[in-house]
Design a protein around this ligand. Structure first.
Ligand code: IMP
Ligand code: MG
Length: 181
């Protein structure tokens, strides 16, 4: 595994190696292949952060399935009540479909907590959530997580699609903010 990564004012250290990430994704894909046989699920990947996870996960799906992408942005104002806006919307009818949301990370839970009711409103046949990372200690808005690769401590992470101010998404492994000694 490679060494430290510095972006702007912050230094990150290796946390989850590429091979481990790929192993966990394969395990998760097997579960989904099993659970959704014959159901023609529709994966909805949430941009930007989930693009790498969505790609690697979808490559391991060997049942009939579709994938589409939406873009959500959450704006944290000066107050703690932020708004989640849809920057690129859903262009596919999810009524009666078995939907699986693909998200990079559940942090506070705000993004999905606000977005899920919009999907439920369209009455999918089922709605489940697959996430690469979950920070249980940071989650204050409840989100039902059905498939999760890693539960991680409440520290900022970078790489494999996740960014710090737009950069670092291209790293193949996941890094964690280095604690100052
Ligand atoms: P939420 O707080 O669960 O709504 O997370 C909102 C979004 O913030 C996630 O989908 C990620 O794109 C981003 N995010 C949360 N935690 C991290 C992190 O540790 N590193 C990079 N992006 C993060
Ligand atoms: Mg995201």
């Amino acid at each position: 595994m490679s060494s430290l990564v510095t972006l702007f004012d912050k230094t990150f250290e290796p946390f989850l190696p590429e091979l481990l990430i790929q192993e966990k994704i394969s395990e998760l894909a097997s579960l989904i292949n099993n659970d959704y046989t014959g159901k023609k699920p529709l994966f909805i990947a949430i941009l930007n952060g989930s693009f790498m996870f969505a790609s690697d996960l979808f490559k391991q799906i060997d049942i009939e399935a579709e994938i589409c992408f939406i873009k959500l942005a959450s704006y944290k104002g000066t107050k703690s009540t932020g708004q989640v806006i849809t920057a690129i919307g859903l262009d596919i009818d999810i009524n009666d479909r078995h939907v699986i949301i693909i998200e990079d990370i559940i942090d506070t839970g705000k993004t999905l907590n606000q977005f899920l009711p919009q999907l439920q409103h369209q009455q999918p046949a089922s709605l489940k959530i697959a996430v690469l990372l979950h920070k249980p200690e940071a989650t204050i808005y409840p989100v039902p997580i059905d498939y999760c690769c890693f539960s991680i401590p409440n520290k900022f992470v970078l790489g494999y699609g996740l960014d710090y101010d737009g950069y670092g998404r291209n790293l193949k492994e996941i890094y964690q903010l280095k604690t100052v000694e």
